[in-house]
Design a binder for this molecule. Structure first.
Ligand code: MG
Length: 343
């Protein structure tokens, strides 16, 4: 989701930070400990590694897989305290989530991955390791609006992640959350091709999801000029209060062109995370995603005082949330995720 303050600052500072980091050699730490042993008997054991087949994402069995889950908020802000195994296990047990999303925050403000790589990487790996142990799918999301200005940083990070996790069917790489209004062929696609090459050097086959222009709405632009890799799908984001039939028509155009899509982030409210919960629009979107067998993650696990947050401030950091610990949006999203038919 767009963070207006960081966007403003990042436009001016992003490139400078990327250059400073590449010159200082401060990127990611090398792969270290082996993650937890994968669990069996859950959703990943059932479907295996996700693969693009035509305009669908299918399991090892060749049938489409439609997952429902939740995205953590930006790793450096109001979500940081929730990046732990307790929250992951609660989302599985109480929300019946089959997929979760760890959102590595990249903005040029104190506390992001740009300034504090080790702390943010540790939050991501805590969630990914817990998801593997719980037999869930997990998106590793480069949560950025200016990724093309720091390609080297993304290349190093995803090479590290692919070395650590590439042998496991749980992991999906989401290499660009939401590009702004920039060119697919001139900016986003060249960035994606570099990051994909870095991943494929270590992991030949896990699913990769690529963001699309205009906050991951112009999926038809990517579909018209696709990336040459057999296991790539494209990101579609919607906020139900803002985005309606016109965006669904754009998504259907992309599907008709043969692209596979994943809704790695959606909100119940307006695109700025505020405004009322638009229940009628959410239900139209859910019908649409059921019809097209799409997977989706609600935004999000954090406790800022805005509509899109699922958690009230001061709720426990490790799950165990009562109804009163959830916001109205959180209670509604929980109902949707719990009711989703997961295959
Ligand atoms: Mg692999």
């Amino acid at each position: 989701m767009l963070h207006p303050m960081t966007l403003f600052r990042c436009v001016f500072l992003g490139a400078t930070f990327a250059v400073a980091l590449s010159q200082s050699g401060c990127s990611t730490t090398p792969a270290a400990a082996v993650p937890a042993t994968p669990a069996t008997g859950g959703i990943v054991s059932q479907h295996g590694r996700l693969q693009v087949k035509g305009n669908r994402i299918v399991g090892d069995h060749g049938r489409p897989v439609s997952l429902a889950g939740v995205s953590f908020g930006w790793s450096q802000w109001e979500a940081a305290r929730f990046y732990n195994a307790g929250t992951v296990n609660w989302l599985k047990q109480d929300w019946h989530a089959s997929i979760i999303r760890a959102a590595l925050g990249l903005h040029a403000e104190p506390g992001s991955y740009v300034q504090k790589p080790a702390a943010n990487r540790a939050r991501i790996t805590a969630v990914v390791d817990a998801a593997i142990a719980a037999d869930l799918y997990v998106l590793i999301d480069w949560h950025d609006h200016h990724a093309e200005d720091r390609t080297d940083l993304a290349v190093a990070f995803f090479a590290d992640m692919a070395k650590r996790y590439g042998h496991l069917p749980n992991v999906i790489y989401e290499i660009y959350n939401e590009p702004l209004v920039i060119s697919w062929p001139d900016k986003i696609k060249p960035y994606a091709e570099k990051v994909i090459a870095a991943i494929r050097a270590h992991d030949p086959d896990n699913l990769i999801i690529v963001g699309t222009p205009r906050w991951s709405q112009e999926v038809d632009a990517a579909a018209a000029d696709p990336i040459k890799d057999p296991n790539v799908a494209y990101t579609l984001h919607f906020y139900a209060g803002t985005h309606k039939a016109a965006l669904r028509a754009r998504a259907e155009k992309a599907l008709a062109l043969g692209a596979a899509l994943m809704v790695t982030e959606w909100g119940t409210c307006n695109a700025d995370g505020k405004g009322p919960v638009d229940e009628a629009s959410v239900r139209e979107w859910m019908d649409f995603m059921r019809r097209h067998e799409l997977s989706h993650c609600n935004w999000g696990v954090y406790d800022k005082r805005e509509t899109a947050s699922i958690i009230q401030p001061r709720a426990p950091a490790k799950g165990g949330w009562k109804d009163t610990d959830l916001t109205p949006s959180g209670r509604f999203a929980r109902e949707i995720v719990r009711d989703w038919k997961q295959d």
